[in-house]
Ligand binder design. Sequence first.
Ligand SMILES: [Zn+2]
Ligand SMILES: [Zn+2]
Length: 1018
Amino acid sequence: MAAPSNSRFPKRTTAADLFEAHPFAKVYTPDEDAKPQIPEPEDEPAPDYPRLDEVPLHNDHLNPTCVTPFIAELAAPYFADLEVAGMRLPKGLDGPYERKLLHSPVYKHFLQDLLDAHHRYKLSTVDWKNCVAVRASGRRSRQELYKQVKIEDKMVQVGDIVIIARGSSIPNTPAAPLPKNIKDHPGAHAGNLFWFAKVLSIRREDNTFHGQWFEHGSQTVLEELAHPQELFLTNLCDDIKLSAILSHCICRRLPPGERPRPQKVEDETKFFYSLMYDRKYGAFMDIDDKQSSVDEFLTCTLCKARNAEKSKPELIRIRDRRRLLEGFSYLGEDFHYADGVMISSETGLCLIGQILGLPKGRCTGDFWITVRLFGRMTKRMDLDRADGVGLYEDRRLFLSDVYLDVCSTEIVGKCYILPESPEMQLKTWVQSSPTHFYFSHFSKTLEYKNGSSPLIPHSDDHEFILCGYCMEREQTHAGELKNFIDRLSEEPLRVFDPFAGVGAFALSMCGNGSFKFTHACEIDVSAARTIKKNSPDTVVYNQCSNLLLKAATLNGPGKHLTGDLEDLESLDPSLREEGPLPPLPTPDQIDCIVSGFPCQPHSSMNMYAKSRDRQNELFLNTISWVDLMKPKYCIFENVKGFIRYRLGATQDGPHRVAEGTPLGGLKLIMRALVSMGYQARFGLLQAACYGTPQSRVRFFLIAAKSGHRLPNFPKPTHEFTPNNEKQKNSNSICFPIAGSITAIEIKSGFAPMPGNTIKDAIEDLRRFDWKNPHKVYSRQESPGDPPERRGVIKVKCNSETATCCGPSLRHGYYEHPAYTAFQAFCRSRDAADVQHITLCFDDATVERAVNISLAARADYHTLLLKNMAKLLDQYQMIDPTSANARHGFKAGMYGRLGEHEIFYTIVTNIRPTAKQSWVMNPWDHRIYSVRELARAQGFPDHFEFVTDDDQSVTKDNLNILSMHRGIGNAVPWPVGDALSKELIGALFMEKEGANLQTILDRHDRDWLEVHASARSNL
Ligand SMILES: [Zn+2]
Ligand SMILES: [Zn+2]
């Protein structure tokens, strides 16, 4: 790579000079960061998702983005040259009805009338004559509530939707005055000026009504992309003065997915609604018709639910005489004597205990309980066990004699702990919930390392009892869930991925048989072959998704391709003999669309952001498949940069994109889904929270067809401790109007299971070093390794003779049996070839790499400390004018993370010179092998990466870059697994007939209070 310095050219500053002169020489100490530390990738560490750019450019990449007519209609103002399902977008399409609406004279007149009513400042006459009171029940029984009242000669009735002037949404801040004349506010619409509420009851006492708020679409995460006439019901309610009513709102409830069909001009002043909006999560959900907002006495059930949540969670003593249970109710759960409890801790993982002391006396506010603690068994403590591998050691505890007084504020939730017994179905038990634990041993203290309190097998002497009632109920539930999954496996949910990559997203969901990856579309030959290899039953279309969608709409799904697309064949020449592409799936063959559509231009690392880049548009193709197939569920994944993608942006200089609609790509997807009759939620998830040994924040979106229960995002199951505030908040998405959306809050000390470190993930794979080529420094000059490393296999790494290298088969793939649950999962099935191989490099790179210190956090700075500056003669590392110099010679190149850390975000560029690369193996003189990278993403070892090499090439010439690409672009296996479990959980609850709206969690209360008080402030 770097040319050695040449005397014919003027002398360049050498690394040695820099070592003297540059401050980093003093600052840097190699051991400084040896302590475990969670890596903090600056944003995205390297150009991410070069899914298409590295692929040899097929002409097909230039195919116009194909969309369905409905998606074309929504996207028309922002995208110029979409191909509409077989036809061209009609020229001069002036946008659909809804965009013209805001400029219609009738609509403007309607707004002006409302403004006039607001500015008239005349007290309305309220007439209670002939209005009959309904006596409210309960606490408010003295109050009389009315079903109707006459205001200004117009009847207002319970169930009516009314329009009132907008107030302030910010507490203690007066609302901005409404304009007098609508002409002064071109483009203003009803959502900017007014609020909407449904009348639940009317109170004569103070001339108010109790109302349930609607949110106008423009105030939701859809913002400017909302249908101007669409309202969303919320769970919020208020007492509102009758005098605030400006007018009735003509608003119809439509079935989800149906849009109004305006016939007359008056229709422009009407509204519609079909979904609920959850402002905290920016989620759209079905309206639960089983739950009514008011009871027969007009008492508000929303208030009731909120009050139950609102009061500081207090101790409610429960004494069930029939079952002889004693305990308390907290956080919506009943805790009894001898129940398992999770307790927050300062150290990352939650503590686990058993309640053996209930609160005494009367308690208001915080109270105390006494618990007996369990210790956590680790695999390493357990190596001498006869059965060798403790498969579920992350759920395995030991009983102790340590007691702790715990304050109620420290209670995280309930958990279930069983003593291990021969008859228990351990696998079913631990897999049915992350809060299921078991134990087999006892130790007096939690300090198991201390020889004075050895671990001994548990016996009756240790006086363990459990709450039989809860345990029986939980075991029944686990059994029912298992039966449900077994039944589901007979007819699994069929998954289609139109941008499948190597298929990791869909395949990671298929773990327990509830999902089946039936159809995949993937343009890249290597990736398509990889899917076929690992999932032979999947129908793989190795073609451009745009052409396939076009074919599907032209010929109808389920038919072989005909017409001008009959030439469409697999891009993989080896598949062409198999004849034409198989028929495309019909909508009734697909239950679920998952996709991490390509999105290179959205990555924050991409300097060359183009406002009009066809690769920008592939999300439109993805949602067009949803439009065509109408699956029950969709899950989309993308880089965090996708949320920064603006719609209708213009190129502002070579590296900048300006203006446009912020978060436009996301809003357009949400708008399309809502208008197609889907419920949807989205958020940023940290993969480490689900047991991935890697810090990786990605955007996810889940949608469920109306009528099905919308799954939540999975709660974190594994410990992940954010380094700092920035990392803590790295999973929030900020909207200009709709506010900040955080789907999953990352809190340390709450996770039931320990996180997986690099060591936990890859320690069992065969150790090997690259052989030092000794091209720059001779054998005598290079310091050798410590004696204990002398047995490590050395392999030749030379890019001139091979593309990859690794230990030969006779060495075996593994160093020892699986030591952790993570390793055991990866090795659950035999693998034909573990692909424990690395990319090969030139001699200079290899020599640099093998000379990096083995200490944690060592990197290219080592070479200076070792006085091997000659090796660093590479532009970006020593040149004082380079970007590297400008950034203060940042750490990372040739970097080695410590074994107790977790991987940085795995990207597609796995080279020691990549910016912030940290790709050196923690113990060996080499970069990570393909298998180690795959482990970092949670792939099982039997998952084999196939490449597009000519079959005749030797095994030394595999296309490792293509393997890196497949791995770096994948959805981490544990995340796919966690999402699938959440989806199955939603299906299970749907079957059980549970209510749709989940109770607002306790953290929601603050927002509700602020918002409600602000809104009452009218
Ligand atoms: Zn209420
Ligand atoms: Zn209990």
